[in-house]
Structures are given as C-alpha cells and as structure tokens.
Design a protein around this ligand. Structure first.
Ligand SMILES: *Cc1c(COP(=O)(O)O)cnc(C)c1O
Length: 850
C-alpha cells in the first residue's frame, strides 16, 4: 500500500482552504451516507442533494462563488468542523475488534461481491445481495474488523425504472460517469494507473481500478473500460445482471481472478477470502495459483492449503438459481488458466460439477465455491436447512443434517437505516456508541422509553414520509408529462395520521407483490374505511426480461390510477436506496409475502425495526426465526406449498383478515391521551428485542468469531512450511480415494445388558492406514439435538487378515438395536470431513439384538 496514493489533483476543483475537509467527507461513504451530514450537503445545494444523495457530485458542480460564500459562513464552517472532528474521533477510537482480539489473529478478509449497495450515490447494486454487502462493509468499519471489499464498477449499473402513462415499465441505463461518483482512481506513485489484467481466450483484458472509502475500510472496484481493450471487452462491466451468459462469465472472471490479482498488486495480504454468493468463486483458483507460485507446491496442494481460509456464503434458496455455464464455454475460458497452473482442464471442470464424466453437465459456480471453501453458510436458520438439501447431491449417502453448512442470519447496518428522529431516540435511551460494540444492555435500555415518547416519534416519522412521497409523486408525474392536477388528486389524500403500510422490493414472482391485489374490492374497502383508513405505498423494479413481474407493476399502477381507493395507494417509481430509506423510516407496517422458502433471508423488514415499524410477513427467511406474536404478525403456516394458486388465495384471505381484525384495530384503538397502547407495546417489543438481533453488528461479530478467526488460524497452519500440512492432507485424500472401494464390513453381533447394547463387528480396511478411517454407529436423531453418531472403537487385528479388525461400541438401549447402522467415514485430525472427503460406506444390513 505504501507506494500508492490517491492523486489529489483528482479533486474536482481547488476548495477554499477553510473547506478543504469537504472532499474528505464527501468521499467517505460510511460517514457521508448517514443523516449526520445531511444538513451540511443540503445547505450547499438542496435540490441536487435531495435528488441524488451524492455529496461528491455537489462538490463537483457547486459554483466557485457559492463555495467562497460558504467559506465565509461561520455556521457552515463550524458544522463542517464538528463533522470532521466526529469522523476523526471515530477513525482514531479503539474498536470492538481491537479490544477483543489480537491484531495478528486476522490480517485481512477479502470480501468479494458482484454488487455493493453503499448508498444511492454509488449505483452498483440491484437489490438485497448488494445492500447486504454494503452494510457488511460499513459494519466492519464500525467494529474495526479488517475487511476489504472487492467489486465491479459498472458503467451503467442496474437499470433505472420509470412507468409510462399506461403503467408499462421503462428501463433506462444512465451512464455512471466515474468522475461524478465518490470513487478515486488507483494510481501508483508515478501517477500511472494501477495495472491489473486477466487472460481471456486469445487476449489480455486490461482493468482499471478504483477505490471507495467506507470509514476505516476500503472497497476496491474494477472495470474493463480501458482504452487498450477492444470495444466489446470495454463493455464487459457495463451492466449489472444484463448481457449474455458469456458476458456474465467474463464479469465473474474479472471479479474473481482480477479481484484477487488487484489485492496482490496492492500488496494486501488477506488470510481470509469471503465469497458473497457464488459469483466471485474464481478467486479461489487465483488464490491457489498465487500460493502455488510462491511455495512451489502443485496446484491441488495449493488448493488444499488456501481453501482453509475460504468462506462461502450462499444466498440462493433454489438450485435452479445458481450461475451455471455450459461446458464448452467454460472450457474455452478456463483454458488459459490450465496452462498457467499446469493442470488438466478436467481437473478444474470437476470442481464445478457433480458428475465429472457427464459430458453435458454445466459448470456450477456454487459447487466451485463450496468445494474450495472450508466454511459454508446460509443466511438464515431456515436457509441453512434449505441449503443443506440443495447441496446434498455433493455428499452422496450423507444424512441431510450432516451436510456441512451452517447459517449466519443477515442483519442491517442500523446507523445507515435509522432516521434522524430514531437516532435521537436511541441515543437518549442507549447512548451514542450503541452500534459500535457488543450491544450489551441495548434491549433493557430501550425498554425504558415511555409510550408517549414512542408514539410521538412514530408520528414524526410518518409525517416525514408523507412529505417525501408528495415530492416524489409530483416529480414522477411531471417526468411523464402529466399536469399538476393529476398529481394533486393523487397526493391530496395522503394523510400523516393514517395507518401506513409499505411494500417495496424487487418485483420477482416469488415475492408475490400482487398478493394484496387478490381481491381488489376488499382492498379498496380496507383502504377507504372512513373511520379507520389505511394507506399503502408500493415500489419495486421488475427485471427487464421478467414479463410477469412487469405485469404486476402495471396492476399496481392501474390500481393507483383507476381504483375507488385512489389517493390511498401510491406506486413510487425507481426503488433504490434513497427511497428505501424514506419508506422504512416512515411506514407503520412493512409487508412481506414471499413464497416460502424462496426468501433466503430478506433484509428490508429488518430496516424498519430501528425506526419503529412493525412487520407482517410470511414465515420465511429471517422472519421464520424472528417472529413472535408480541412483536409483529405472521402469515402462512410455516410450511412449503410450492407455487399453488389455491394456497396463494388462502394466504391472501389470511392477510386481509389479519389486517381487518387485528392490525387496523390495534392501530386505531386509542386511550384517553390518544395513544394506541397495544400497538405501542408491540413496537417497543419489536424495537427493543429484534433491532439488536437483526443488526449487522451482530452479524459481523458472528462472522468474525465463528468464521473469519478460525479460518485464518487454519489457513496459517496449512500454509506454514510451504504447505507441509496441506501436502499431508492431499496424500491422505489420495490414499482414501484409492482404497475406499475395497473397504468392507464383515460379520458381527449385538448384546444387550438392559441399559446398553454392546456392538461388535469386523471391518476390513484394505491397505489404508487404520487411523485414516472412523468407524461409527449412526442412528437417526429423534429430536434436533439428540446424539446421532457413536464411535466404534478399534480392537484387536483379526488374525490371518490384512488390516482386518474387530470394532466395538456401547450405546444406549432406549431404541431397537436395528436403529443403529454401522458406517465408515474418512478421518484426519486436521481435515474437514465430509467437505474434503465426502466418501461414506454404510453397512447394508444393521445388526440386531438376540
Ligand atoms: C433492503 C433493500 C433490498 C432488499 O430487500 P428484501 O427485503 O431483501 O427484498 C432491495 N432493494 C433495496 C433498495 C433495499 O434497500
């Protein structure tokens, strides 16, 4: 790092010396995208700030005269000084990580992700995956975890949405001019672009590199729009989730291979590589290649060594959603790599396929990620279970509960999603540093807030939202060329005292954005109730290729313009971080209707917690573990029903009834002071109990302690002495693979002493080292945490045999002896079984007691 710096001449213009700190502030996405600095930027250019949230753009476009005036403005200057001092203090303070761990336990975590949602001003995300990555990075800064983000800088990013007068979605791709984004080019001391390139078939792809500051941490971005590349190659990083399958493959090579090379070019040593979803999985190959060159081992040893430091987080709840590439295509693109690694193509292909010899099986990025990582997780408890099913085919013969996949439930970066009102409320209750440490005492602290304070706070939040919605709708209808009269008629009924329900997310079919439209008349009645009215805000983009999703957008647009509930329901265009922030801060109730188990976690519902919104949600993703009747509402029955129109109808019915009979009354039943005490009780419970649990603070601490630190330690053991342990493990794997087909069971029997069974049986281990195999009895657990495996101990060698032994075990006799089945699995004290050797041999028949 030492020989690199960001070129100060890149600043948009010389700033008056008194305002020099503005640039620093504008470039820090952790510090800037947080209402703390809102007033400052707003005071420079309110219109631009409200429309873009891009402080860098404001510096870029403000006039000299305005800057000179601000430099004279005492109030402005002291506000700037105050913000800079707060940021300095934040950067200089000790952190949770530095206080709880030695710095040499973890040098660096490379966190690779296809998208990062850090703020509206940096549009390189599409939805939940990106927002999660952004929140992860900002939280790592808050906690002092040495994490480095790596992603792509898209020239166009994800599409922007508008609707025409008929409700048809129009997708536009405004150009992301890097000079207007809060990113800095990476140059070396000579001022030259940092050079990173990857090999594509027949050519070299040159990449440009950028950096983004997120508090203490950095995000590096790559793009292929380099003048030395051919015109088609310059467009590889143009769009997020657009383009052909081949372009997606090229992007993933840029992210994975280019990403790891970039870190090397920056001389950043990471002991952990965290793959956020399967997209960046090629990085595992480059990481192994790197170690191979440095240590002189062969490729498979290098992979064995480095995989110990790799972590794969899957976000996908259905197998069909993984990125897969046709064999011919992947073969063409991996060919340069096989040459530089000195491995056969088949060896690389096998990493991404279940069944190597099948000529047609495509290459699955999630399989690559799983096979080359030592720790794998899903993003909610339920998604962990679902993932164990999805990946079961990679572990033939293993019971599902033994598939080595855990879970870390997602969380959100509370300081990014809370409103200024919420920040004040929480600060009064729990202190300013509440999201920077281990969150002890937060829950108890918050419970002390009284009803009146909470209800007053909610009123302000809702009122702010109504103000924002009015502005957005006027802008939206103007852009469509529609006159102010229509806008007026649509927004005049928006009411700051009315129960406000929000639904905003990608319009993917599985999220069922039209579930509330199942019975439009019933919805109209609900909204139009004269005593207890309800208003509804909807937003979301449908992917440009998703016709069904676009149809749902149009249904809502029609409802807004033509239903009898006109003015009580609004569809706001172009769902993105800025709009999401306004919605999660202002709504009373956040609706979530995915088809279980398709929502791996879902995070938007977590963003309302800190702001006092309540959730009403399908028991899926995070809500399946968060739901409690004291703190929100649930729909569905906690089971899967596939995609069944009759079940959808049933759930719609359930949703209407809940709203009519429970939610609306709870909101409108007021005491003498006008406070809905039952509602307030619920929101206190939700805020106090759920907010800390579903914060990214909890999530990042969990990743750090359960994943990063153990992975770093294991990686170190394996790479020490030029990979000596990794070499030993490779030899172990080969020996197991070679001899496994000839392992077999002999005869045996069971005795019963009343309380225990004594099992004895003969096992023949071919020429394998007996210490490389574990013999076990397995019984299906009858409850979640019941023991299911008992070791069979090796006794005497059987006379006259080669490697034949008797084994024995004593196990509880509280179930029939036939429930215990003998089996053999690979064993090595330093190996991760079954991940690194999924073989298993079951005895075909169980042994029965006499
Ligand atoms: C939080 C967020 C999401 C993810 O929401 P889900 O509930 O996971 O669907 C998507 N888009 C934006 C803009 C968000 O802020």
């Amino acid at each position: 790092m030492a020989n690199l710096h960001t070129n100060p001449s890149y600043l948009p213009r010389p700033l008056p010396p008194q305002l020099a700190g503005l640039a620093e502030l504008a470039l820090d996405v952790r510090w800037n995208w947080n209402h703390a600095a809102d007033r400052l930027w707003e005071s420079i250019d309110p219109e631009l700030w409200n429309a873009t949230g891009n402080a860098w753009l404001i510096l870029e476009s403000v006039s000299h005269r305005r800057l000179e005036k601000l430099a004279e403005d005492e109030t402005f200057r002291s506000e700037l000084e105050r913000l800079l001092a707060t940021r300095e203090k934040y950067l200089a303070s000790s952190s949770w990580f530095s206080e709880t761990h030695a710095s040499d336990e973890l040098n660096g975590v490379a966190y690779l992700s296809m998208e990062f949602g850090l703020g509206e001003a940096l549009p390189i995300y599409s939805g939940g995956l990106g927002i999660l990555a952004g929140d992860h990075l900002k939280t790592a800064s808050d906690l002092g975890v040495p994490l480095i983000g790596v992603g792509l800088l898209y020239q166009q990013g994800y599409f922007r949405q508008s609707l025409d007068a008929t409700g048809e979605q129009i997708a536009s791709y405004p150009y992301n001019d890097p000079t207007l984004l809060p990113v800095m080019p990476l140059r070396d001391v000579e001022g030259e672009w940092l050079r990173v390139s990857i090999d594509l078939p027949g050519r070299e792809l040159h990449l440009r590199a950028w950096q983004v500051q997120a508090g203490r941490n950095r995000l590096y971005l790559l793009d292929s729009n380099h003048p030395l590349n051919g015109p088609a190659d310059r467009g590889i990083t143009a769009e997020l989730y657009g383009g052909s399958v081949e372009m997606r493959l090229q992007q993933e090579l840029v992210l994975g291979i280019g990403g790891w090379r970039l870190l090397r070019a920056l001389a950043i040593q990471c002991d952990v590589l965290h793959l956020n979803e399967g997209h960046p999985a090629f990085a595992v190959l480059e990481r192994a290649a790197d170690f191979m060159r440095r240590s002189g081992t062969d490729f498979s040893t290098a992979l064995r060594a480095t995989a110990a430091g790799n972590i794969f987080t899957s976000h996908t709840p259905v197998d069909a959603a993984f990125d897969r590439f046709p064999k011919e295509l992947i073969a063409q693109y991996l060919e340069p790599l096989t040459r530089s690694l000195g491995v056969e193509l088949e060896e690389l292909l096998a990493l991404g396929r279940i069944n190597g010899p099948d000529a047609h099986e495509p290459f699955n990025m999630a399989y690559l990620a799983l096979r080359c990582s030592a720790r794998i997780n899903g993003v909610s408890q339920l998604h962990g279970e679902v993932s164990r099913s999805i990946f079961q085919p990679l572990f033939p013969g293993r019971p599902r509960h033994e598939i080595p996949i855990g879970h870390v439930t997602n969380g959100v970066h509370m300081p990014s999603w809370d409103s200024a009102h919420a920040d004040r409320l929480w600060t009064n209750a729990c202190g300013k540093e509440r999201w920077l440490g281990a969150q002890e005492g937060l829950e108890a602290g918050f419970r002390a807030v009284d009803d009146e304070t909470l209800w007053d706070f909610r009123g302000r939040q809702r009122q702010d939202l109504i103000g924002h919605l009015r502005q957005r709708l006027v802008r939206q209808l103007r852009a469509r060329g529609q006159g102010p009269a229509l806008a007026e008629s649509l927004i005049e009924r928006l009411d700051p005292n009315c129960l406000t329900i929000g639904f905003a997310r990608r319009f993917a079919t599985y999220k069922r954005p039209d579930l509330l439209l199942h019975d439009p008349q019933r919805l109209e009645r609900l909204l139009n109730d004269s005593e207890r009215p309800v208003q509804l805000v909807i937003a979301g983009k449908a992917h440009p290729k998703d016709r069904l999703g676009q149809k749902m957008v149009r249904r809502w647009s029609d409802f807004m313009h033509h239903s009898r509930a006109q003015g009580r329901m609004v569809f706001v265009e172009d769902y993105a971080i800025g709009l999401a922030t306004e919605l999660v801060q202002g709504v009373d109730l956040w609706l979530n209707t995915p088809l279980r188990p398709w929502e791996a976690s879902g995070t938007s519902g977590m963003k309302v917690l800190v702001n006092g919104g309540l959730n009403i949600s399908e028991l899926d993703g995070w809500w399946a573990e968060a739901y409690r009747p004291e703190a929100g509402w649930s729909i569905g029955d906690g089971r899967e029903h596939d995609s069944d129109p009759a079940w959808d109808a049933h759930e719609a019915e359930q949703l209407y009834s809940l709203l009519e009979n429970e939610v609306v009354p709870a909101f409108y039943n007021r005491n003498e002071q006008g406070i809905p005490t039952a509602w307030v009780q619920r929101l206190r419970e939700s805020m106090a109990h759920l907010t800390p649990t579903f914060s990214a603070n909890r999530m990042v601490r969990q990743y750090t302690e359960d994943y990063y630190l153990p992975a770093a330690a294991e990686w170190r053991r394996r790479v020490d002495n030029n990979g000596a342990l990794a070499e030993e493990l490779e030899a172990w794997r080969h020996s197991i693979k070679k001899h496994w087909p000839r392992l077999h069971f002999g005869g045996g029997g069971v005795e019963n002493d009343g309380e225990h069974y004594l099992f004895r049986l003969q096992i023949f281990l071919d020429e394998i080292d007996p210490d490389f195999v574990a013999a076990q009895l397995y019984a299906v657990p009858r409850s979640e945490d019941e023991q299911s495996v008992w070791p069979l101990e090796r006794g005497q060698p059987l006379p006259g045999t080669v490697n034949g032994f008797t084994f024995h075990a004593r196990v509880p006799a509280d179930r029939p002896a036939e429930h215990y089945t003998p089996r053999l699995v690979p064993h090595h004290p330093h190996a991760r079984v079954p991940l690194e050797s999924p073989l298993i041999l079951w005895r075909h028949s169980s042994l029965s007691a006499p």
